[in-house]
Design a protein. Structure first.
Lengths: 542, 180
């Protein structure tokens, strides 16, 4: 496959994605995506899971374009929340919150939002270009690998996802194991034997992936937040001035290098299964902090614009990077990617190395829609910031009640039987306890989706080798994959550890500076205790 | 780092307050799921013609993983290493767990599952929203009710009517725009 061919295929993709109907779907996707990115408690993974019923009535290209818009939109929306909301956010956006929140409190919220939005656009666009040129080559390589190599790739994906998508290795692996276990329930696809159905006809067909995902994301989250709902008014830092004057020359001068650095850190980190955007944002933040000089360096911890520009760019570039293993190998490394894979499966589109050949129109339309969606997000994001702030103010009881209603809608429409709503509740309660005791959700969803694919590949490889397990490591390609990926795995674990030390250090510094500058403003003082809890949450096992 | 933080006073505040009995029970449940996996997995029939490792091997491997990891977690919790409860913008980690609210929310979801067929989806969904909003502390009741009704009708219209998802329309039966 030569690159000129790919260029033409990409142009054809644009021809598809630019059709007015698909532009509308992309617009809808990025708007919904930004809204759910802004809203606490809902992420893109949950949204794609909740919107899975649209796969019943939309044709594949339209649905995939909507989901891609939600995926990218969610990345943009998250930064608005962490900059403007006066409470600590999720860990993936904690870096942005560090500097962005401080900037907003110092009256520079507009600049923080602007550098995040433009940086996301720059990074998203460059990373999508990289995706369009890297992915076909990876796919061309991937179609040559056999089940043995595939097993190797998936084992490493399980390891990294289980061990890295959370703060504790054992809890991540437990979560992965639970997902693999639930995926086993039902008929064995090769021998048609019933497994773990306990004689129940409801379990014979297995538990639907969407049902479990909606239960874990939506019901688990609603129950958990309900158990510890933060009461009182929602404090949002006001943004002043017209949005056109937000990014001053000085800001731009300080931002463009972090944007580019963030992009080239984020994309590769997203491509390898190394814990997703979390690690990428941290790496970018750490390098910006290191590279800053003089007056700018002193601003770190008090609202340095580089500390928003770099990590936000890295975040978006990583999101594009995650699509490389998803589209070329069929291996999702984040929860949202896992849900996109489910959407493909709903349409009986085989995801894996053959995707680029068998469904090339769809894949290139998807990639083209990422370019379009990115541009839409840049154009929409800044002028519409008033709307996002309004959305941020939705009363929380209504927000979480709404999430529950969407969850039962999604569950019921799987098979149109109320039993599924009861299964939804049971798995949701499991999700509640997992959150409460610090078990990450994403490995379970990835295990649930990859488990059956993994088992059939494993059994195919062993059937070829007539049951000899040594064959699994004998192929030179598989052996190389194991070695290379074990090195990546070790490095990522190390990085993760460094990240935690670093976060604790930064949080401690932030506290200290707040105490010193205690006279600054009342809102500044109010955030000090919350910063302290972030510091203390540092995980205790390991 | 972890060694210096884990014994720091107050490091447990992020996790559930009080004795780690719940956490211990949860880890034990993971172990027991693995044990059930072994016991029940032994009953899986293997056709004699199977040329591969058969339908039992992978279930055994997953059960083994659950038992091993679960046992490791039991050990960790007993040694005082607690998990860090999930963070979130709307989560107040210093608050005590409000079991009553969790119970109410779960109860309304359960109630909803029994109401879909007799009353139709819109009514069942409106009751769920109304009940959940009330459980989470939204007042006044009439505004909750209005929001619930509007949301249920809009969702029925968009998903049942426009997108063709077959939600039972209940009393709206016969009105084409709400599907059926």
């Amino acid at each position: 496959m030569c690159s000129v061919d790919n260029f033409f295929l990409l142009m054809e993709g644009f021809a598809t994605a630019m059709q007015p109907m698909y532009l509308l779907f992309a617009l809808g996707g990025v708007l919904v995506g930004t809204a759910v990115g802004v809203l606490p408690g809902i992420g893109p993974a949950m949204t794609v899971a909740l919107l899975m019923p649209i796969t019943y009535s939309l044709e594949p290209t339209a649905a995939i374009i909507v989901f891609a818009g939600i995926y990218y939109g969610g990345m943009y929306g998250g930064s608005t929340t962490s900059i403007l909301l006066n409470t600590p956010g999720e860990s993936s956006s904690i870096v942005t919150a560090l500097e962005g929140n401080k900037m907003a409190k110092a009256g520079r919220g507009a600049a923080a939002l602007a550098t995040a939005a433009v940086g996301s656009f720059v990074a998203g666009t460059i990373a999508t270009v990289l995706l369009s040129f890297v992915a076909p080559y990876v796919a061309a390589f991937a179609v040559q690998i056999g089940p043995v190599e595939y097993v190797a790739l998936m084992i490493v994906a399980f390891l990294t996802v289980g061990a890295l998508l959370g703060s504790s290795v054992l809890r991540g692996l437990a979560s992965l194991g639970l997902g693999l276990f639930i995926a086993l329930i039902g008929f064995d696809s090769l021998t048609a034997q019933q497994r773990y159905t306990f004689g129940s006809p409801f379990l014979a067909d297995g538990i639907d992936v969407v049902l479990v995902a909606v239960a874990l994301f939506a019901v688990g989250e609603a129950l958990y937040v309900g158990s510890r709902l933060r009461h009182g008014p929602i404090k949002i830092i006001p943004v002043t001035g017209g949005w056109t004057s937000w990014l001053r020359k000085e800001d731009l001068r300080r931002s463009w290098k972090p944007w580019l650095r963030g992009t080239f850190i984020g994309f590769p980190v997203g491509t390898i299964p190394a814990g997703g955007a979390d690690v990428a944002t941290f790496l970018s933040y750490a390098s910006e902090r290191k590279l800053a000089k003089g007056e700018n360096k002193k601003q770190f911890g008090k609202g340095a614009i580089e500390g928003v520009a770099g990590p936000e760019a890295a975040n978006n570039a990583a999101a594009a990077g995650v699509l490389v293993p998803l589209l070329t190998l069929g291996i999702p490394t984040t929860a949202t990617a896992a849900m996109m894979l489910v959407a493909f499966q709903r349409y009986q589109i085989p995801v894996g190395p053959q995707l680029f050949e068998s469904n090339s129109t769809l894949v290139w339309a998807l990639i083209a829609s990422l370019y379009v969606g990115n541009l839409m997000l840049l154009v929409l994001n800044l002028p519409l910031v008033g709307i996002w702030v309004k959305i941020l103010q939705i009363p929380r009881p209504y927000l979480y009640s709404g999430i529950l209603v969407f969850a039962v809608l999604g569950a019921f429409s799987v098979n149109f039987t109320p039993i599924d709503v009861i299964i939804l509740l049971i798995v949701g309660i499991l999700g509640f306890f997992m959150r409460r005791y610090g078990y990450p959700i994403a490995p379970m969803v990835v295990g649930l989706i990859l488990g059956p694919i993994f088992e059939s590949q494993l059994r195919r490889s062993l059937a070829i080798s007539q049951g000899d397990p040594v064959a699994l490591v004998q192929s030179p390609v598989a052996a190389t994959i194991y070695v290379v990926l074990i090195v990546i795995f070790a490095l990522s674990l190390l990085l993760k550890r460094r990240q935690r030390q670093f976060e604790a250090m930064v949080a401690a510094n932030a506290d200290a500076s707040d105490v010193v500058r205690g006279s600054a403003s009342s809102s500044e003082a109010a955030v000090a205790p919350t910063a302290k809890t972030t510091d203390q949450r540092e995980d205790t096992d390991r | 780092m972890s060694t210096s933080v884990q014994n720091a006073p107050g490091s447990g505040t992020a996790a559930a307050p009080g004795a780690p009995i719940g956490e211990l029970v949860f880890a034990l449940i993971i172990v027991s799921i693995g044990v059930v996996g072994f016991v029940s997995g032994a009953g899986i029939q293997t056709p004699p013609s199977a040329s591969d490792i058969g339908p039992r091997a992978f279930p055994f491997a997953v059960s083994g993983l659950l038992v091993a990891v679960g046992a490791g977690l039991v050990f960790q919790v007993l040694r005082g290493h607690r998990g860090a409860a999930d963070e979130g913008e709307d989560v107040d980690l210093d608050a005590k767990t409000d079991w009553l609210t969790v119970g109410k929310l779960a109860g309304f979801v359960l109630l909803h599952s029994f109401l879909i067929v007799p009353l139709g989806w819109p009514v069942a969904a409106a009751i769920l929203f109304f009940g959940a909003a009330w459980s989470l502390g939204a007042r006044p009741w009439w505004r909750n009710l209005m929001t619930a009704i509007i949301l249920a009708l809009v969702l029925q219209f968009v998903f049942g009517g426009l997108l063709g998802v077959s939600l039972p329309p209940g009393f709206l039966e016969g009105l084409g725009v709400f599907g059926g």
